[in-house]
Every structure is written in C-alpha cells, then in structure tokens.
Design a protein around this ligand. Structure first.
Ligand SMILES: Cc1cc2nc3c(=O)[nH]c(=O)nc-3n(C[C@H](O)[C@H](O)[C@H](O)COP(=O)(O)OP(=O)(O)OC[C@H]3O[C@@H](n4cnc5c(N)ncnc54)[C@H](O)[C@@H]3O)c2cc1C
Length: 403
C-alpha cells in the first residue's frame, strides 16, 4: 500500500522533469527522498573525486561531422506494454509489444515473461514476429528454453526501428503513465532486474556491446528552484527506476567543480548499448542456436494463419498498431543524429534547458534533440534542421567548456 502511494506521489512530482532524463532525476526539486543503500557522496567528496580524475576529452561537434540522421517511433501505451495471450484463429498468440522508450532496456525480462506464457501451450516450435530489440531477445530466451524458433519480420537489423534508438539503459522511459504505474510496478521490476543482470554478462566482451559511461546532467537552476510550466500533452510518468532499482543502479552525485558552462552538474554512470555490435552479437547467437529468419509482411490479423507454427509471440512494436488496429499505442517521435565516433570519449551529458544530449557510443557519437511536439507524432520524415541545430547547440556548449 505504501509503495502504491509512493509511486503515485513520485509520479505526480515527476511531471515537471524532462523525459528520458533519468540522470537528472536526483536534481529534480521536490522529489520525495528515498533512502539509499549506500549513502550518496557529499558535494565536497564528489568535487574531490573529480579534481583527481583525468580531464574530459573534447567532444568534436560540428554539423559536417554528422554521418547519419534517424527518426524512430516509440510505441508508448499509457497502461504499459501489452504482454498478453490471445487466441487468433487456430494460433496461440502472446503479444509482447508497446515498450515505449524502454524497449532495449527491458527486452530480456519482457521476453522471459512472454516465453513463459508461450511455453504453457507445450509446443516445441515457436514463431516470433518481429526482429527488433524485443523480437530478437524474446527469440533468444525461447531458444535458451529449448524451443526451435523462427523469426518472421518485415524488416531486420539494421532496418528496424530499434536500431535507431539512443541506446542507453532507460528502463522507465515512457513505459507507463503515472495513472497505471502502481498496477504495473511489480512486473516492471521483474523485467528491469532480469534485463539489467543480463547486460552485465556482456561487459568486457569483444566489441564492447555494453559499456558503462559517466553521464552528466547539466542545469541552470538550483535544486528546488521553480521550473517553468511544461506545455505538453504528455501524461505524467512515474520514476520507477529511482524507486525500485535503487539497490542495483548507481547514485547520482553532485559535482561542484566541473568544466561545463552550466551552473549545476550532476554525474551518474549510465549503461550504454553499442547497438551495432550488440545487435550483431544477438543475431549471431540466434543463428548459432539454429534460428531462422523469414521475411514476411503481415497486413492484418488474418495473416497469423499463414504462419507455420501454432504458438506465436508477436513482437511487432509500433507495427502492432496497424496490424491489430490497436489504437492504445501512441507514437512518440524521436530524431537523433550520429557524429563521427570518438572512441576516446568516456562521458556524455544531458542539458535539459538547451534541449540536447550526447552519448559516447562506439558506433557513433549520438546527439539527441528534445523536441516539443514529439508526443502522439508519427511523422517518419526527417527534419534535418532539427538535428543540425542540436549539433550546433552542442558545439556552443562544448566550445564554452573550461580547459
Ligand atoms: C529516439 C528514440 C530513442 C530511444 N532510445 C532508447 C534507449 O536509449 N533505450 C531503450 O531501452 N529504448 C529506447 N527507445 C525505445 C526503443 O527503441 C523501443 O522501445 C524498441 O525499439 C521497441 O522494439 P520492438 O522490437 O518492439 O520494435 P521494432 O524495433 O520496431 O521492431 C518491430 C519488428 O516487427 C516487424 N514488424 C512490424 N510490423 C510488422 C508487420 N505488419 N509484419 C511483419 N513484421 C512486422 C518489424 O519489421 C520489426 O522487425 C528509443 C526510441 C526512440 C524512438
């Protein structure tokens, strides 16, 4: 009961913070403090730590270094992802879609839940529809459970939406609205913990598919200062990671001495996905375990009949909206740009008031612009100006960094 109330309280307060800014959650005024298992360092301690660390390598930001721009749609459902059984004709279908801005982060755990539901039907052969973050991991979990898996998909990597994501561990990014948070919290925690654990098993492996990197959250206003009202049609989101994963995720520390042209800086290690290498690893594992991928474009529910297997897990992401006529999926547009990789970078940052963030991914220095109007926006067309101006804002910040 206490937890339910707490989630609601946190959710209400969280409406004021920038989305996808798990890093800055600690800096949000008014959030209910949560007892940490390990005490957060004091500002003095963190300043001391920083002054002893190496200087930050310079980020080279200019529009002529843009090598890629991408648009992708987050499949958001206010009630959380649909992980549910449905009988469609003669097929036993388990849906596993609608993971908002958290698909990569929750993939292993959501795959496990879906596979457990599919196994109930007792068949050894399984079809997985979709070859994005959710389809691939679900297929691997099923193989590990001893099933023979075929993936059917319209697109496969690198042409799936998942491939165009930011690539960080953001397990509560647009995954559920505050209204439904308390009903979903337990399932979310299961998914997040299982996934988190699985990612750690890939650390230090060849190609570095998963890495931990320092991310700074920069702010112009002190903690506690009133924030400008948010003009957005978005619902409020709960801070599930902060509330429920506190024992396994790092603390945020206040950095009192830093080179950024911002009044306040907070630092927290973040887990990043090198999506190119990580996807390659997933695909290689899938094929190594006898998996097969077939190209198939499904138009509507009747097309489930064309699939050979009787048990099917549907991981079609945003595609489920058209395939099933499921209007509960709300498109949330996101546009990113990639700059020429800088493997020497071991940090990134998020600067909310300048609407830009940068992630030091090995497969490209990823720059994301936070744009108003992304919610309920399914526009797939690129807006090059959006990314170019984000890179220009980044260049201004980097140009003003001390040292
Ligand atoms: C800008 C942006 C940044 C993001 N950053 C992050 C992040 O940092 N961390 C994170 O965890 N998540 C992030 N996300 C969210 C994440 O990308 C999604 O949750 C995830 O991609 C969903 O994966 P999926 O496999 O369900 O869908 P998809 O990747 O879209 O895969 C769907 C699959 O189904 C197939 N399919 C669809 N319809 C049909 C059909 N009719 N017939 C046959 N096949 C079909 C497709 O071809 C594809 O193979 C981000 C999203 C965006 C837009």
């Amino acid at each position: 009961m206490q937890r339910r109330n707490f989630l609601k309280g946190a959710a209400a307060l969280l409406g004021a913070i920038p989305i996808n800014a798990a890093l800055s959650a600690e800096a949000v005024p008014g959030l209910t403090p949560v007892p940490a298992l390990t005490p957060a360092p004091t500002p003095e301690v963190s300043a001391h730590l920083l002054s002893r660390s190496r200087p930050l390598a310079p980020i080279i930001a200019s529009p002529d270094r843009i090598i890629e721009m991408n648009v992708c749609t987050r499949p958001f459902r206010p009630q959380g992802p649909r992980i549910e059984y449905e009988r469609i004709g003669r097929k036993d279908v388990v849906h596993n879609y609608g993971h908002g801005g958290s698909g990569w982060s929750l993939s292993w755990g959501t795959g496990q839940i879906a596979v457990d539901m599919a196994k109930v039907h007792g068949r050894k052969e399984l079809a997985v529809i979709g070859c994005g973050a959710i389809g691939l991991t679900t297929a691997l979990v099923a193989q590990e459970a001893g099933l023979k898996v075929t993936i059917y998909a319209k697109e496969r990597p690198p042409y799936v939406a998942s491939y165009r994501a930011t690539g960080s561990f953001t397990p509560d990014s647009r995954i559920v609205s505050a209204q439904y948070a308390s009903d979903f919290a337990a399932q979310w925690e299961l998914m997040a913990r299982r996934s988190f654990r699985r990612f750690q098993s890939l650390l230090g492996t060849q190609g570095h598919p998963i890495e931990w990197r320092d991310m700074y959250s920069l702010s112009d206003s002190p903690p506690g200062a009133p924030r400008p009202p948010v003009h957005s049609s978005e619902p409020e989101y709960p801070s599930l990671e902060r509330e429920l994963l506190r024992d396994i995720t790092p603390n945020t520390i206040t950095v009192t001495s830093h080179p950024f042209p911002a009044a306040f800086a907070y630092k927290r290690p973040a887990m990043l996905f090198n999506i190119a290498e990580y996807t390659r690893v997933l695909m290689a594992e899938f094929f190594a375990h006898g998996g097969n991928i077939e190209t198939l474009v499904m138009q509507d529910k009747r097309d489930f009949a064309a699939i050979h297997e009787r048990t099917i897990i549907n991981c079609t992401g945003y595609g489920a909206r058209a395939l099933l006529g499921d209007d509960s999926i709300i498109p949330v547009r996101g546009q990113t740009a990639k700059l020429i990789p800088q493997p020497e970078l071991d940090y990134g940052f998020f600067y909310g008031s300048r609407r830009v963030s940068v992630y030091p991914r090995r497969d490209g220095l990823l720059v994301q612009a936070q744009a108003e109007g992304d919610f309920n926006n399914d526009r797939e067309a690129l807006d090059p100006e959006e990314s170019i101006s984000a890179v220009q804002r980044l260049a201004e910040i980097v140009g003003a960094m001390k040292g």
